[in-house]
Design a protein around this ligand. Structure first.
Ligand SMILES: Cc1ncc(COP(=O)(O)O)c(C=O)c1O
Length: 413
């Protein structure tokens, strides 16, 4: 048991964690910022949907369709409650990327003009940069970036000047590289004073800490199921009701219409206005089960406490190994991500030696090439724990890093 989470009990729910790798090693999965593993409850929910009540939601009058619709809408209520929102304001998408694109296409293209400013930060994932570059190219809007400090925090000293003429601020709640948890509530306050709307990329915060849209004070928030024990291919866009009401649809087609003639169409209200075509019904239902699971193992408060213990051990051990760790050193300021480099060893070499030991981590630019440039590195290695990781696994990860040092004889590590 670590903190409030009963790790052995939790691990028993994840079949993949007991498999052997092709080289005979046990799996130590520390690539949770990329995607998490799924508990048997989620796998069974998905299987049960296809075995027992697969049907198109919102379409049929038959019993299966009614069951599928009820389960789909119940999952929406769970996703909404998870972030302190209402189901009416909670749109199912394919994930964070699609949620951000939805805002770009449906809100930004219609509302931004030449010279308007979109404020991002230097620590954004490509998903929260590239759609805005597209919008800027289409509208003549200008992108500005909140810089980062040497410790990997957002440098908010220049925020007020960056906010001049800003119509939109889109920032990550927690960095997928630095782990930094940003003070989104403060950013929202200042952005609103300047007349800008606020989008929050919660892909790396919703899985790891309590997230409440009212406390954050934002206008839109996006996150992905697969980073929090749920299936791939489903995620959430939350938006304030009046904004969603005012926005044009993202995709056009079946299910989002009220009335269609040969000449024109009218649309239903959000959230279905933004869910054209057959939805990802089974995955959304299984996502709801993942959210139930997170609450059954103690809720996001317990998840956070558990991760802080793992992070503290990781940071301390990496420091004693002489690794360069990116991001704040205080675990209270960071979510479940630790990027590091061993002097003289490329991140890919670190990851590949660790792979030989059964330890799965990520290396590379982590879909944050501009941030890599700001940090002055080409790549980092990244370890990201989650609810099923133990302190023993962190020790094994560190022992495996010592092997990297022996293999590469790096810098006297
Ligand atoms: C901070 C952040 N934003 C956005 C994304 C994109 O999420 P998805 O690929 O689930 O759409 C990721 C995924 O790694 C992320 O870490």
């Amino acid at each position: 048991m670590v903190g409030l989470i009963d790790v052995p009990r939790v691990r028993a729910d994840f079949p993949i964690l007991s498999r052997k790798l092709p080289n005979g090693k046990s799996l130590v999965y520390l690539d949770n910022a990329a995607t998490t593993q799924k508990p048997v409850q989620v796998i069974e929910a998905l299987s049960d949907y296809y075995r027992s009540y697969n049907a198109n939601a919102h379409r049929g009058l038959h019993a299966l369709s009614a069951e599928a619709t009820d389960a789909y809408e119940s999952a929406r209520k769970k996703a909404a409650a998870f972030i302190g929102a209402s189901a009416r304001e909670t749109v199912f998408t394919r994930g964070t990327t699609e949620s951000l694109n939805l805002i770009a296409y449906s809100w930004a293209l219609a509302n931004l003009r030449k010279g308007d400013v979109i404020v991002l930060s230097q620590m954004e994932h490509h998903s929260n940069i590239v759609p805005w570059q597209f919008v800027a190219g289409q509208t003549g809007a200008v992108l500005r970036f909140i810089p980062i400090t040497p410790e990997g925090r957002l440098d908010l000293a220049s925020l007020d000047s960056l906010l001049s003429c800003a119509k939109l601020v889109s920032v990550t709640h927690a960095s997928n590289v630095l782990g930094t948890i940003n003070d989104v509530a403060a950013i929202s306050r200042r952005a609103h004073e300047a007349g800008a709307l606020v989008v929050v990329d919660a892909a790396q915060s919703a899985p790891h800490l309590p997230v409440d849209v009212s406390s954050l004070g934002c206008d839109f928030l996006a996150f992905s199921s697969h980073k929090m024990l749920g299936p791939m291919g489903v995620g959430v866009l939350w938006g304030k009701r009046e904004l969603l009401d005012s926005m044009r649809p993202f995709n056009y087609g079946g299910e989002m219409i009220r009335e269609v003639s040969f000449e024109s169409s009218t649309f239903v209200e959000p959230p279905l206005k933004f869910e054209a075509g057959t939805g990802n019904v089974g995955d959304a239902i299984a996502f709801g089960v993942a959210l139930d699971y997170l609450s059954e193992i103690g809720g996001l408060g317990a998840v956070r406490e558990h991760e802080k213990q793992l992070l503290a051990l990781m940071l301390e051990s990496l420091d004693s190994l002489g690794a360069v760790v990116f991001g704040p050193s205080d675990v209270h300021e960071r979510a479940g991500v630790v990027s590091f480099n061993l002097p003289g060893v490329h991140g890919h070499d670190v990851a590949s030696v660790l792979d030989g030991e059964g330890v799965a981590i990520r290396s590379g630019h982590h879909c944050a090439m501009p941030l890599m440039r700001a940090l002055g590195v080409a790549a980092t290695a990244r370890a990201s724990p989650y609810v099923y990781n133990s302190l023993d696994e962190v020790d094994y990860f560190i022992a495996s890093l010592k092997k990297v040092k022996r293999v590469f004889g790096s810098g006297g590590l």
